[in-house]
Write a protein that binds this ligand. Sequence first.
Ligand code: SF4
Ligand code: SF4
Length: 467
Amino acid sequence: MTDRILFTEIAVAPASTQPRCNDSGIHTRSFSGLYRNLRIGFAGALFVLFFGTAWLNWEGRQAVLWDLDNSKFHIFAATFWPQDFILLSALLIICAFGLFAITVYAGRVWCGYSCPQSTWTWLFMWCEKVTEGDRNQRIRLAAAPWSLNKLGRRVLKHSLWLAIGLLTGLTFVGYFTPIRPLAAELFTLQLGGVALFWVLFFTAATYINAGLLREAVCLHMCPYARFQSVMFDKDTLAVAYDPRRGEARGPRKKGSDARAQGLGDCIDCTLCVQVCPTGIDIRDGLQMACIGCAACIDACDGVMDKMGYARGLIGYKSEHSLQGGSTHWWRPRLLGYASALIVMIAALGLALQLRPMVSLDVIKDRGLFRENAQGQIENIYLLKVINKTARARHYQLRLVDADGFSLQGKTAFTVAAGDMSEVPVSVALLAERPASSSQTLGFEISDRDDASIRSVANSRFVAPLNR
Ligand code: SF4
Ligand code: SF4
């Protein structure tokens, strides 16, 4: 047994803890248990969310769509334009802080239960089990010479993987280009160009990452796996083996007095190793290769049940609890993350609440001024009006605090849901002489059906002092 690695020393886990591979990856054993059921629940929710949301429609358009061509992001009733992307950045920062807080509290639960890499890998492993059998059958198949049976099973497995990869690639691209026409064109072989490239790219990425590389992605490519160890402290929960209870390990007859034989609770059945997707032995201590999937907990709890021992020889434990102390739940770092998270969520909620649902930009024509048919000084403007709501809006345009000026052109217009309209208007000076050569003019648009939806923007009115 190698020296046990302390939680706070994960980053220096020795190379000997790298997974043991054979010609077709690690063959994990099937198991059942509480954490497996939890993981299936999380994975199911993620699949429903990912594959289902792309097909949802909301008020006549795709509910979630990042429309790259028009630089806008639809999410149900709301449409976000580039000027709103600060809110999306804030959302990403909140997600990052949430992940940090969870990691400080419970280690790699994100990796084990919700990370798409792990989730898709579990799905691909399930396909492998369906097509090639359980662990022992797969080991025998891998070692067997090529035959029609082996070829057929392998072709079926890889076909299933490719089908899931294609569905994943199609769905992912479908969040950036409307998915219904995309799918129709793909399945009638009419899809080409950039869209086809990206669908095939993400198909291949899914197939390679979840089918061929699997946990190697977590071990060698994922940056989060590298830096998360700095977030661990002695009270962080992580999947761990309790050596004080388990050692000395060794086989014994059920019902025999293990203590009298100098044995701990570990019967050295190695089931915890056989179910591990990264092929490590958790009894060697916490290792970088452990993705926190808790499969070894389920396997060991099953053994403990059969032996009549208490569950939890492997479980979620903190370093303090492993050393015989108690875990401190409320600690400064965790409180810091939680407080920052609450403040950021409240600020984002407020910003979303106050976000104007119509945006107005006023661009003054490059010509300074002109004289109209009535002999009045006139300035030309182009108004850019963005409707950020999910239905067409009828707007009224007027000047604000602009005595002596007259607005000419279209003052009532409609903008489609989530769309932008350009409205040219002109403003004429009614007075013979201007008060100054440059004055501020306020433009206001308001929704004719909902007075709370309004926006004001300023521009300049330029006129000659002497004519
Ligand atoms: S499953 Fe439990 S009893 Fe079996 S080897 Fe692992 S720790 Fe020991
Ligand atoms: S050691 Fe346990 S929790 Fe860690 S990856 Fe292996 S089975 Fe999952």
